[in-house]
Design a protein around this ligand. Structure first.
Ligand code: 5AD
Length: 341
């Protein structure tokens, strides 16, 4: 595959052929099926200060570093273990068999607390997979989570280029540690998700090619990509959003490079375009992640502006997505949707 050409060509015939090949490869591994994951946003507290992210530590301050007036501050929340289990109950009834617990790096969610939640979910719903997406932790911590029964872990690498990583993150964060986390997770037997934003500030053709090479070499079981969307109150709030078109093209390229990958049609794509998620499926994606978070906390998990379905209920988001997928001829099974080698 001529990746350089496919990344840059303006020939719609070549791009369509790429997407058709991506769908053919997906269907050969998984059939015409889209797997649902119930996303539960457990906390918007975060000790990190990623320059692009709307729930970064300094989202409580204005860009000059002073405290915001009370009305402008991001209200922080965390769900209780009971609230999380309630989301799972709702999700189970709606046919979800994977729950994704996602949150900022919140010290309240110690190993003990997270293990307790994972064990409770596994006890109540033994036929479900539990995915964690709680940022960087130490290897011992990952081991405890795995022993408690967590099946999968999502940790986007954000960029496979060390200098670009340093441009997107404060000095206290490290590219090497990020990559070490991904290797540890793999070693410990997690199905691992990596990924990156498309069109993040400082991204170039060269950094994208490194992302693709990383995916080809590491072969994460899951790869989450979506357009960068500026987030209010962040250093990048006035930057340009990433392109839907390039995101779709990259989805197709990733499917061709790694045919058995689980590839979500992300909410960021759905936010940028009313048919973004349908277009992602037509480019080779096969996962959707409707939101199961309580209605009153959704708007607070504001990692970027105008995030999709902040106003709706779990049942609404799930029904909407199911309908959309069936309308384009895809099955939406009640299934854990595990990785297939
Ligand atoms: N635009 C798009 N995606 C974002 N993320 C964080 N901030 C933004 C943004 N402004 C992505 C990051 C992170 C994931 C949870 O959301 O890639 O890993």
């Amino acid at each position: 595959m001529d990746i350089d050409h496919l990344l840059t060509t303006s020939d719609p015939v070549a791009v369509d052929a790429l997407k058709a090949e991506a769908c053919r490869l997906r269907d050969a591994v998984y059939g015409r099926r889209v797997f649902m994951r119930g996303l539960i946003e457990i906390s918007n507290h975060c000790r990190n200060n990623c320059l692009y992210c709307g729930i970064r530590r300094d989202a409580d301050r204005d860009p000059q570093g002073a405290n915001c007036p009370p009305g402008r501050r991001l209200r922080r929340y965390r769900l209780t273990p009971q609230q999380i289990l309630d989301c799972c109950r709702t999700g189970y009834a709606l046919g979800f068999r994977t729950f994704v617990l996602q949150g900022g790096e919140d010290a309240w969610f110690t190993d003990e607390v997270v293990c307790g939640i994972v064990e409770a979910i596994k006890r109540q719903y033994p036929d479900c997979a539990v995915t964690l997406s709680l940022g960087e932790r130490g290897r011992e911590s990952f081991r405890r989570l795995r022993d408690a029964g967590a099946d999968r872990y999502l940790l986007r690498h954000e960029t496979a280029d060390a200098a670009h990583y340093a441009f997107l993150h404060p000095a206290e964060m490290s590219f090497d540690h990020r990559m070490q986390c991904l290797r540890d997770l793999r070693d410990l037997g997690f199905q691992v998700g990596a990924g990156f934003m498309v069109g993040s500030p400082g991204q170039s053709l060269a950094t994208l090619k490194k992302d693709l090479r990383f995916i080809e070499d590491f072969k994460p079981e899951m790869v989450g990509i979506g357009p960068f969307i500026p987030a209010a109150g962040t250093p990048f709030e006035n930057e340009r959003a990433g392109s839907v078109e390039l995101t779709l093209r990259l989805l197709a390229i990733i499917r061709v490079l790694h045919p058995s990958v689980l590839l979500p049609a992300t909410s960021a794509l759905g936010t940028m375009h009313p048919r973004g998620r349908e277009q992602a499926i037509a480019a080779g994606a096969n996962v959707v992640m409707p939101n199961l978070s309580p209605q009153d906390t959704r708007a607070l998990y504001s990692i970027y502006n105008n995030k999709l379905s902040t106003g709706s209920e779990a049942a609404e988001s799930a029904a909407d997505i199911r309908l959309r997928m069936k309308a384009i001829g895809m099955d939406v099974p009640t299934d854990r949707g595990d990785y297939r080698k």
